[in-house]
Ligand binder design. Structure first.
Ligand code: IPE
Ligand code: IPE
Ligand code: MG
Ligand code: MG
Ligand code: MG
Length: 298
């Protein structure tokens, strides 16, 4: 029997393979003006944690599929995520200068090119699935619809709108959770569901995986808010303390203390891990990944 890797080795191994796949797909399929391609590659290859691709690959495996068959959707969702970060950092949004340990896209390439690089990453994600996903046609269609829904007005984009327009007089923990469910958890849940789609999962499996995805997705943004309060720019590769400075909805600020936010994140991770119990031992890696999301320092 193959020895089981520990979770940090598993994530490292996936990140290496995802980075390689991003380079390969860009080299083979990305066509356009040089400056645009440079801007796209700059942010894509700046070194993200690749958590969403890992969720696609590990959920595919959990449902009896192979990681190799899920690599195109895994890379596609990382392109969507990277587009969301480029636009999130723009002066019209969070106005940030530092991302993934480097100057933000608009600092390097200018605002117009950053907007266009984000647009092009979004469409390239769907082109990749359309042209190169090798599974059955019904799964391809489901992957595209799922990704579009999680990215659009009922998902990440809708959440970013609430994040931008939310007045401080409306700040309640429930309202902030709603924003976080849309702006961050929708795409993380989508990563889990895309893995299940690649494997042709049973209906009952989708329900379990969706619950897990939503709970770790909400955890992910609560921990991001916690780290914005408690971590450093060096550790995070992006600015910290920026939510308080810009009056942005931040769970840790609103909960009264970072410790109170951490408490909520701990409960959510327990719920997420429990949701996977019907899968038995084969869910161990994803249960450990939920802990990594809680305990991460970057
Ligand atoms: C940052 O996401 C944006 C949020 C949703 C909080 P990640 O923390 O996954 O960023 P990268 O991909 O590792 O840079
Ligand atoms: C971003 O939330 C969520 C996205 C949809 C990109 P934040 O604005 O808190 O993310 P960071 O802290 O800039 O990475
Ligand atoms: Mg933001
Ligand atoms: Mg931001
Ligand atoms: Mg943040």
């Amino acid at each position: 029997m193959k020895a089981k890797m520990n979770i940090s080795a598993t994530l490292k191994d996936i990140a290496v393979r995802v980075d390689q796949a991003i380079v390969n797909y860009c080299d083979q399929y990305l066509i356009g003006p040089d400056r645009l391609l440079q801007a796209m590659r700059y942010s894509l290859l700046a070194g993200g944690k690749r958590i969403r691709p890992a969720l696609v690959l590990l959920n595919a495996e959990l449902c009896g599929g192979s990681q190799a068959d899920a690599m195109i959707p895994a890379v596609a969702i990382e392109m969507i995520h990277t587009f969301s970060l480029i636009h999130d950092d723009l002066p019209a949004m969070d106005n940030d200068d530092f991302r993934r340990g480097k100057p933000t896209n608009h600092k390097m390439f200018g605002e117009a090119m950053a907007i266009l690089a984000g647009d092009a990453l979004q469409t390239f994600a769907f082109e990749l699935i359309g042209d190169h996903y090798n599974g059955p046609a019904d799964r391809k269609a489901k992957l595209m619809t799922e990704l579009a829904r999680a990215t659009g007005p009922a998902g990440m984009t809708g959440g970013q709108v609430l994040d931008m327009t939310f007045g401080q007089e409306e700040w309640t923990l429930a309202a902030v959770e709603k924003i976080h469910l849309l702006k961050t958890a929708a795409l993380i849940r989508c990563a889990c569901r895309m893995g299940a789609i690649c494997a042709g999962a049973e209906e009952a499996e989708y329900d379990i995986i969706s619950e897990y995805g939503l709970k770790i997705g909400l955890t992910f943004q609560i921990v991001d808010d916690y780290l914005d309060q408690t971590s450093s720019e060096g550790a995070m590769g992006k600015g910290v303390g920026k939510d308080a400075a810009h009056g942005k909805p931040n769970y840790a600020l609103l909960a009264g203390s970072p410790a109170a936010a951490w408490q909520r994140a701990t409960e959510l991770v327990d719920e997420a891990k429990n949701a996977l119990v019907p899968f038995g031992e084969s869910a161990e890696t994803l249960q450990e990944l939920a802990e990594v999301i809680l305990k991460r320092r970057s």
